[in-house]
Ligand binder design. Structure first.
Ligand code: ADP
Ligand code: ADP
Length: 233
């Protein structure tokens, strides 16, 4: 079961002089295979929500269920296991290691998990091909365009065959043509049954999702199925 459910989720950041209430009670369900765009003004809590969904941080209160697992009751080891096995992350800034080649960057998660054997190496090359980088395997990030770097990051997010892909402004640094190529890749991943949750402030990007959730001041402002035909092109 790879649905995700959040109930009355809150997150407070306690600073020296004040407490910031970044999420103030947000509830929604994400069925398996959904494709959700999270929108909202700067400071509305989008990244905070994505970090909680990705088990990168824990809520102050409320419930986050991934399948039947309640994240709040998990140990750090269990959370780390979920992050690496079930969730793929894609960020605006790609977060690649400059000294490593395309294939080596894709291998990084496996390297840290101590799981990098011949079979896994082959799989990383397959993933590079899958995202259209078959003739860039030995290039380093500096030698690649922004779109190509994001493809590397997407391939890396897939090494553990995750159920969830979480993307934070993944196309924020890309021109519209390259954005379209990256979104086509997300469409493919979603059509394989992977659940995609992406934060974006761009309408054209959000319109590709099946559903648009809007946050405002740490609250859910709206949650609508996306009827836009642009998805189907
Ligand atoms: P968004 O992604 O919509 O711009 P964020 O989730 O980044 O919103 O931020 C929501 C609120 O929480 C903002 O007021 C922000 O300043 C605050 N915030 C986010 N992360 C932290 C943090 N690590 N420490 C303190 N405050 C934070
Ligand atoms: P895009 O239109 O996708 O942004 P670019 O115009 O940035 O692509 O790059 C076009 C081609 O030039 C790409 O195939 C990329 O590999 C190569 N390239 C881009 N930047 C560099 C660089 N700094 N060094 C070497 N090759 C580069």
């Amino acid at each position: 079961m790879n649905a995700c459910s959040i109930r009355d989720l809150t997150k407070e950041y306690v600073l020296k002089s004040e407490t910031v209430r970044a999420l103030r009670g947000v509830s929604f369900d994400v069925p398996e295979g959904d494709y959700v765009a999270i929108m909202g003004p700067s400071g509305s809590g989008k990244s905070t929500l994505l970090n909680l969904l990705g088990c990168l941080d824990l809520p102050s209160s409320g419930e986050l269920l991934l399948g039947t697992d309640n994240v709040a009751t998990m140990t750090d080891d269990q959370l780390a296991e979920i992050r690496s096995r079930r969730i793929g992350f894609v960020f605006q800034s790609y977060n690649l290691i400059q000294q490593l080649t395309v294939v080596e960057n894709i291998q990084v998660p496996l390297y840290y998990q101590g799981k990098l054997g011949p079979k896994e190496r082959k799989r990383c090359i397959d993933l590079a091909q899958r995202v259209g980088l078959e003739d860039r395997l030995g290039h380093r990030p500096m030698q690649l365009s922004g779109g190509q770097q994001q493809r590397v990051a997407i391939a890396r997010s897939l090494v553990n065959d995750p159920y969830f892909i979480l993307a934070d402004e993944a196309t924020g640094n890309l021109d519209s043509k390259t954005t379209a190529e990256i979104l086509a890749l997300f469409d493919q991943l979603n059509s394989e049954g992977r659940t995609i949750i992406m934060v974006t402030h761009e309408d054209e990007v959000a319109e590709r999702a099946k559903r648009i959730v809007r946050l405002r001041d740490g609250l859910l402002q709206s949650d609508e199925q996306n009827s836009m035909e642009s998805r189907k092109e």
